[in-house]
Design a protein around this ligand. Sequence first.
Ligand code: ADP
Ligand code: MG
Ligand code: MG
Length: 893
Amino acid sequence: MAKYVYLFSEGNAKMRDVLGGKGAGLAEMTRIGLPVPPGFTITTAACNYFSAKGRFPPGLKATIATALAKVERKAGRKLGDPKRPLLISVRSGAKFSMPGMMDTVLNIGLNDRTVAALAAGAGNERFVWDAYRRLLQMFGRIVRDIEPRRFEAILDAWKAKTAGGKDTDLTAGDLRMIVDEFKAVYKAEGKDFPQDPRRQLDEAIMAVFQSWNGKRAVDYRNFHKIPHDLGTAANVQAMVLGNLGEDSGTGVVFTRDPATGERSLYGEYLANAQGEDVVAGIRTPLKVVDLKDRMPRIYRELDRHAMRLEKHYRELQDIEFTVEGGKLWVLQTRAGKRTAKAAVKVAVEMANERLITREEAVRRVEPAQVIQLLMPRFDERAKEAARKEGRLLARGLNASPGAATGIVVFDPDEAERLGRDEKVPLIMVRTETSPDDVHGMLHSKGILTSHGGATSHASVVARGLGLPCVVGAESIRVDYEDESFSAGETIVRKGEAISIDGTTGEVFAGRIPTMAADFQNERELLTLLSWADKIRRLEVWANADYPRDAVRAREFGAQGIGLCRTEHMFFEQERLPIVQRMILAATEAERKAALDELLPIQRGDFKGVFEAMGSLPVVIRLIDPPLHEFLPKYEDLLVEATELRLTGKDPARLAEVERLLKAVASMREANPMLGLRGCRLGIMIPGVTEMQVRAVFEAACELRKAGQDPHPEVMIPLVGHVNELKVERGKLERVAKQVMEEQGVKVDYKFGTMIEIPRAALTADEIAKYAEFFSFGTNDLTQTTFGYSRDDAEGKFLMAYVQRGILPVNPFQVLDRRGVGQLMRMAVERGRAARPDLEIGICGEHGGDPESIAFCHEIGLKYVSCSPFRVPVARIAAAHAALKEKAGPKGTD
Ligand code: ADP
Ligand code: MG
Ligand code: MG
């Protein structure tokens, strides 16, 4: 027969699979000589047997009896013994901690006979009756499935009759009566409370096993991607009693402060209490450090055990302990949950203390924790106060982390004016956002939308800009006409302040003070990142359109610019009219005039970016979106024209609007995403891209002459057929050479393309002949591979797909390895076969997503490029990918 039962003295820390986390911890602590009440663990395999067959494996009951006898001998007490009864707990514990999901039953072994014996012996009758009522309550809820309210109502009624109204005000006599009433509840429910302690034990074990398949636990595992076939162990352990009087108590202690990472014991202790009392907040507990004065001997011992465990596990420990009549017992130890700040500090300090290696320190910090650290955040106390004052207006999706507070503005033009010219901190509120709103978003502190999902325009842009953003706050109603939004009863008008928390999705009325993240002063984070840099193979570049983004990107450690989008520059207010003139030009001369006006402006933009990046590479993507995006919307023009026609008011404007309308109508496409954009623009309307390339090289030559060493890489978007690249590159490289000749200097440059159309990936060998570099545009590549419109899919069906499990995740957020990834892998192989030194990176949104970064590492890309704020995150994620590879296919766990 398989071994289903292990005494604590037989197991060890490595046996988490078999004994669960709690059982392995209890065994390990026993093994190294800590004071652990004796007990044994029934394995996860027994649970799985029970789940499959509905009964214990053959022989298990006898094995339990043997183990129990050994525990009884150690404890000097016997289960059910009328003179010296042993009390035991049955505690669940799976391989991975699932806090609050499964059950534990305390005080097993009490019945009418043992209660009487204990009450007579202990000299503490109250305690005995209190323990009995707890058993009835827990057993009822967990094993007999009796509505907990039934017991609580009785307890509340009795408490109300006492002077103080608290648990501790109940007398032994009260508790006795309560026990009688609890038993009556069992009767009324047609359920029994077993007086036989062994039956109590067996049934509690079965209930713990059953709790593995309880709805809560199943949902939790689904959410956290924990396999369902692991099963839980059941730990049977002699009780130690924290509620025996003032020299007893129970507590929790962390070996370091889990909020700050500070190296000192941190935790709480409640005298004369049992189990969950500390958490339940019945009485105010003491801080563990206060035990130093109150119970110096216990404190010293606790400190010694805590330090021992931390050293032993080489990890911050969260330890449960109980004091029974002045003797300390340790009941549980596990890795402590901690804030992002503490995670980084603890990891770095432990490495400096030589407790762990630097690689291990890097491995222990999650990329998501780095994101949190870099965002401005609310002062937690102020936020708590706001909640208490009822200022929480709504909850939406936490689309982009960080905290922002400012006045509400609805109109993007107004946001731009107020934010840029008057430096007013503001939050832009929209139903949804579109490219037309970006100029306003650029000058906002945060974005709030009532619609949209995690990859809606607002989410993607906000993440790109590092702006806190809450989307899909469906309970607010935005009224643009009235310039207000409502949330339930509350109406918030333009100019009134709100605060949004993009980390949690909360929206508050009024201001909440924020604390800025100060990257250069996050000393431990900087140290950790420098360690990560030594581990990773992937380079981390940044997507930056403006010189100020490039500066920031470098501060965050970017090793290049992987995507500089030129069209965002066109959207700036003073440039848009020139761009429109260029698009609408009736003659070549008119178009040339507009392009000549744009040239120095673009040159200035590029110069700024090159200067910021020194001799690091800068990938500049030529104009990409369909030109009508730079013009007013067809529908808006139609409305305006109709109005003007009806009123006959402004004939000059009408003529202008009609001209625009005609132009826009002629540019309308049924599928603009598949339309005249990307390299097709440069081929059909050569002037624009030629102007851009001239601007790139004039800027680079100027800097070269000034003694600098810029490295421009010109990127041609949306290539699907090699001939597109061949034609476009040939023409543009001639411009480049001409500029360098005019200027009399040479710069080091590359021409390359985005791989964002499946056909380009499939024919990468042909394409590589004309490209010195590839950059995966995985936003478009995902769109074109799935055939999902990025602009519509999320709202219409994509979120529903994810919810129903048709898709595991949103492929616009996490790269689809199987489909899109296969195309990428193929493009890498074929591209490199044709040109071995081909430089390959990724510049889609996925470049900042840790899981996608791991994939980019696997297929051997040179770099990932992401928004500047994501650079530190990507540095950690890239290091994780390298560590995982080093650990081999089995991983490190
Ligand atoms: P959880 O997994 O929810 O933390 P536990 O099995 O740790 O559940 O039990 C909850 C609490 O019950 C413990 O923190 C401890 O205070 C108390 N408890 C469990 N077993 C014992 C025991 N043998 N002696 C004293 N207290 C116990
Ligand atoms: Mg516990
Ligand atoms: Mg694209």
